[in-house]
Design a protein around this ligand. Structure first.
Ligand SMILES: C[S@@+](CC[C@H](N)C(=O)[O-])C[C@H]1O[C@@H](n2cnc3c(N)ncnc32)[C@H](O)[C@@H]1O
Length: 324
């Protein structure tokens, strides 16, 4: 049964490799403009992602990078921009035609970017559900707009595979649509709509739970943006469905005994009369200095019911720092 939608997905991306479909995954995320980086037109037309997984902060100390679901290769080129070493980025895709199209795009990229060599990228045919990659060998593993297509059992496998190949402390960077409304069954089961990244999305909370359930001890929500709507005129739905896209980083570190640390952009601000507030669990709040806290810590501090600690709500824009 499940084989059906995976096969439909492969066919959709075979078509998308052979004739670029500009509207396939509409992204509101601006494409990275970086000094000396020129992205070939065809590669831009094959931007089938819904956000960005490239963050310079993840890319210090010559990381080994894995990118699953290559599309036209744009993000691999952006990763290579920072990595600039032979085989520094490995791209895995199950669709031969997509691998071939991205290979051609890299040849064009080489002409437009004097710093770039196609050899910086190692393209490998393989399945996200069974990665052709060694255990504990990758520092940064990324995927953009592929995992939302997977039904939950397959999503679990795909996440387990990413977890397996990452080194301890390695980072999984994801960009995917999420949806807080219940997807109508007919849309959920529509294999092409699912392959187009439109009907497989989970609510953010469930998506995060899938990630932490495979063992990632820390999760950062880096961005959340409007993505698409499914409206009753154009889709078989009675109510309008709003889909967002998120950028998430999950770190393969030890799972804390009291559960994962999920950062959604919340902060704690102490405004009392003491020099500081120390919860004796590793969180020291200095007066009037926002400290980024994970949701677990935000909840614990809130439950103290103090009138000198303010906890800000999630803004889904966590960009580092904090307590855990
Ligand atoms: C929505 S596109 C995203 C492409 C790219 N990440 C981007 O942002 O432009 C999904 C990609 O995943 C590939 N793909 C589909 N099923 C796959 C699987 N089971 N394993 C690996 N890649 C897969 C498709 O060929 C396609 O390149």
């Amino acid at each position: 049964m499940q084989q059906g939608y995976l096969e439909t997905t492969r066919n959709v991306y075979k078509e998308a490799a052979e004739s670029p479909n500009v509207g396939l995954c509409c992204t509101t995320t601006p494409v990275w403009q970086l000094p000396g980086l020129s992205i070939p037109k065809r590669m831009l037309e094959m931007n089938y992602g819904c956000g960005s997984t490239v963050n310079p902060r993840d890319l210090v100390n010559n990381p080994k990078i894995l990118y699953v679901g290559v599309g036209g290769g744009m993000e691999l080129l952006q990763f290579a921009y920072f990595s600039r070493q032979k085989g520094g980025v490995t791209g895995v895709d199950i669709v031969t035609e997509m691998l071939e199209a991205s290979k051609q795009n890299f040849v064009e990229a080489e002409k437009q970017n004097p710093w770039f060599r196609s050899g910086f990228i190692n393209l490998v045919k393989g399945d996200a559900l069974q990665l052709p990659v060694k255990d504990n060998s990758i520092d940064v593993a990324a995927q953009n707009c592929l995992f939302n297509i997977f039904k939950q059992e397959d999503l679990k496998k795909a996440l387990q595979e990413m977890y397996r190949v990452l080194k301890p402390r390695g980072r999984l960077v994801l960009s995917d649509p999420t949806c807080e409304q219940k997807m109508p069954e007919n849309l959920y089961e529509d294999e092409r709509l699912r392959a187009f990244c439109l009907s497989g999305s989970l609510p953010l909370r469930d998506y995060i739970r899938m990630i932490t359930d495979v063992g990632f001890g820390t999760v950062e929500i880096r961005a959340k943006r409007p993505y698409r709507i499914l409206d009753p005129v154009n889709y078989k739905t009675d109510e309008l469905i709003f889909i967002e896209s998120v950028e998430v980083c999950a770190i393969k570190d030890t799972m804390p005994a009291d559960g994962p640390c999920v950062f959604t952009g919340r902060t704690a601000i102490y405004y009392g009369i003491e020099e500081c507030f120390d919860d004796e669990k590793g969180h020291v709040l200095l007066p009037n200095q926002p400290l980024a806290v994970c949701d677990k810590t935000a909840g614990a501090l809130k439950s103290l019911n103090r009138n000198d600690i303010f906890i800000s709500e999630s803004n889904y824009f966590y960009d580092g720092g904090g307590c855990c």
